[in-house]
Design a protein around this ligand. Structure first.
Ligand SMILES: [Mg+2]
Ligand SMILES: [Zn+2]
Length: 169
């Protein structure tokens, strides 16, 4: 079985400026590449699990999302970083779908598709719904990049993605 790092996208990999879908508006956090390289060296598979209700809301299309994903994956590839898969929920909250975080489906799908040991895996997000999704998927190492959320189910609160290196080894 393999171990994995599950990453939320907006607010973790890139600046969350709200329903980002254009390449020009997509701003990687500067510490993302070095941090993900570190995870990869520690033999973690890397996944992105992202709620994208902007699709259901009609702010952008599935095709826009795919186009941005191709750009993101290519930027990572140039740095030698492999993202095993991007899981996403295109629904709005009122659709009450099975995939939108805090539900664990995206993470559980990765678990079965890639034979992941959740006990050795980590969920990193910037919202409580990310932590709850991880918790609901049986992940113990829940890391919240948001120091302002004291009553989180998160095991750790940190300031930035690179701070997680001190925790994950
Ligand atoms: Mg987020
Ligand atoms: Zn969904």
């Amino acid at each position: 079985m393999k171990k994995a790092i599950f990453l939320d996208r907006d607010g973790v990999i890139n600046v969350d400026s709200g329903y980002v879908y254009k390449i020009d508006d997509f701003e990687f956090f500067p510490d993302v590449f070095s941090t993900l390289k570190y995870f990869q060296k520690q033999n973690f598979l890397i996944f992105i699990a992202t709620n994208q209700s902007g699709i259901a809301r009609g702010y952008f299309t599935h095709e826009d999302f795919d186009k941005l994903n191709r750009y993101i994956l290519e930027e990572f590839r140039k740095e030698g970083i492999v993202i095993s898969k991007i899981y996403f929920c295109p629904h709005s909250p009122d659709e009450n779908c099975e995939c939108r975080k805090p539900k664990p489906k995206m993470l559980l799908d990765a678990m079965s598709e890639f034979d992941i040991n959740m006990k050795k895996s980590c969920m990193i997000g910037d919202k409580e719904s990310d932590m709850e999704a991880g918790h609901n998927a049986g992940i113990k190492n829940l890391i919240l990049i948001n120091k302002k959320s004291p009553k989180s189910v998160a095991k750790y609160n940190v300031n930035s993605l690179s701070d997680t290196i001190k925790i994950i080894f």
